[in-house]
Design a binder for this molecule. Sequence first.
Ligand code: GDP
Length: 688
Amino acid sequence: MPVAISKLAKKLGFTESEMKAQILSLGFEADDDIEDDVADLIIDELTGRNEKSASDIYEEMSEQEREREIVKTQRKKRAGKGDRSKRKSSELVGVNNISGVIEIPESISVKELAEKTGLSAAMLIGSLMKNGILANINQIIDFDTALIITDGQGFTLKKKRTEGSAKDIFLGNLEKLLSEDEKTDLKKRPPVVSIMGHVDHGKTTLLDAIRDANVVSTESGGITQHIGAYQVEKNGEKITFLDTPGHEAFTAMRARGARATDIAILVVAADDGVMPQTVEAINHAKEAGIPVIVAINKMDKPGANPDRVKAELAEHGLQPEDWSGDTIMVPVSALKKEGLDKLLETVLLVAEVLELKANPNRPAVGTVVESHLDPNLGPVATILINTGTMSVTDNIVVGKAFGRVKMLRDHTGKKLESIGPSDTAQLAGLSETVKSGQILQVVKDEKTARQRSVHIHDLFREEEMIKAGMGMQEILHRIKEGSLKLLKVILKADTNGSLEAIKQSLAKVKSDDVAIKVIHSGVGSITESDVMMAATSPGSLVIGFHTEANSQVRRMAERARVEVVTYNVIYEIIDDLTKLLSGMLEPEIVTTELGKFKVQKIFFTGKGEMVVGGKISDGVLRKGAHLRVLRDKVVIGIGELAGLKLVNEDVDELEKGQECGVRYKGKIKIEEHDVLEAWIQEKKMKTL
Ligand code: GDP
């Protein structure tokens, strides 16, 4: 049944011509009448109500409401008079009575945008339609879309900066904090470079050589110090170097979510070639998605053979530029300070391509590079500014530490008033030392700094729960639900031969849904670096063949929730992975006995809680373990090991022979001479 446009217009509070414009902008013919199903569609689009038919809505609108709608629209119309010239699509009913700058959040509903800008929701919906977006008034649109659909309306939209939440800062969610910046405010910033490579290939010598040769001149001319980062100037452009050679520091920062490095310089000795840590570094950079520039070092040595180095690097996926690849390789001698200019120019070249940007005009967000307790200055941290500007006297929060910037100085000891994006400096004024990789933020006043730090302090309790890696349970779960499509493997073996054999066998593990990718492989034992890599690469596990991880590495893997599995038979690896990929592995409960404790003294008896002293007679005691209480060799009850104290210090684990205090939680009252047996129960995968 046809519906008169005049009627529909009245119903929705438009004039007839405005209604026609709306209908046209929604892509329908606007004759005098339209079909009722089209009218329904139009009402849906313009009101956001889609569960009711046009007639329902009209019927439901009380006379009063209808009046109000009409008055509202007319009022808007009057306000918009004389402003029409500014409107791009003047046939639309956009009404703008606001000029200047309007702040809106990163995402906003059409309705809110209409309210904030004074434009009519219908006009915004029409504009969205024109841009191919079908929307109703409740639709949430992002800032960029809002910018496009309000273009030419005589005001400037600005993104409202929401200060990063305490949780974001705590979790090191730098991405979130950086995404607050408006694209139009972003300015070019210097690149931040990390130096990686095998031990003794010359990383430290290179870092020192670059610093000594290119230091931004200082009036103090003081002795340069290693503060964890420095900046040099080349052709009038700055480059920031993270002065902690090796990829361990780099990965440790990454594991905390820090995005500190833009470019990696991989140092390879020309007389030694690609070595295990070279490969590790390549894989780390690859996983982090960071471009690599190779410095072929020690070119002064008689045995230098750059072509061999290039060939070896090519085997590992770094194709030299002069062999039609895309990795620039610069021959240098760190010792003789040769080739450094070319190396720095290359860094600038790569940086140019990366188009690195940040907003200098906002409160700073930075990353902690290093931190220690200085006898004179108190807690000191070397920081790298990711975006914004930090000045002396600014209030800051880093993790649960807070403070006021008392001093900023560069690596030559020169005092600085303020530092901007990619700049680095040592900072004093924090309440305590902080960890490398932690995110730092400037806040508006001391009160906010304190409040934020208290909030973060609370969140710290959750830290133990924040595990970087994806344990086997999680991997299996994701495979089953189909959200994990790539299983990443870090493979360590006793010999190159076995590595190759396993890799070939892995290629044969077939699954329609999940692929296996060896993201790093090497000969030797499983190291902390392997675990780190797994922790920072979601959906990965570490596999060892005829090789092991020492207890320290195991503990670290446990903390980071990284699965480390070792095998002695290749067939079993293949078998297990096949089962894993098909989602066939089932968890089983594994009980592990830890140790025994002889109770010698009762220190405290509370409600369901006791503190007792004694000696570990066997194995280990671990905080959080289950406890059996034995009296005369008979189990009389169970409880939990809530805490361990060695003299006055709280510890997590103690071994046989140690005398200590045990905080026990349980119903059974312990007596002197009882024995406590500690055990843990874990859900483990059957075969892995
Ligand atoms: P890192 O372990 O990678 O930091 O290596 P170092 O910077 O400590 O250097 C290891 C050794 O190689 C030192 O004895 C350096 O003097 C030497 N070395 C570094 N660069 C060069 C170079 O360009 N030429 C020569 N001949 N020796 C170098």
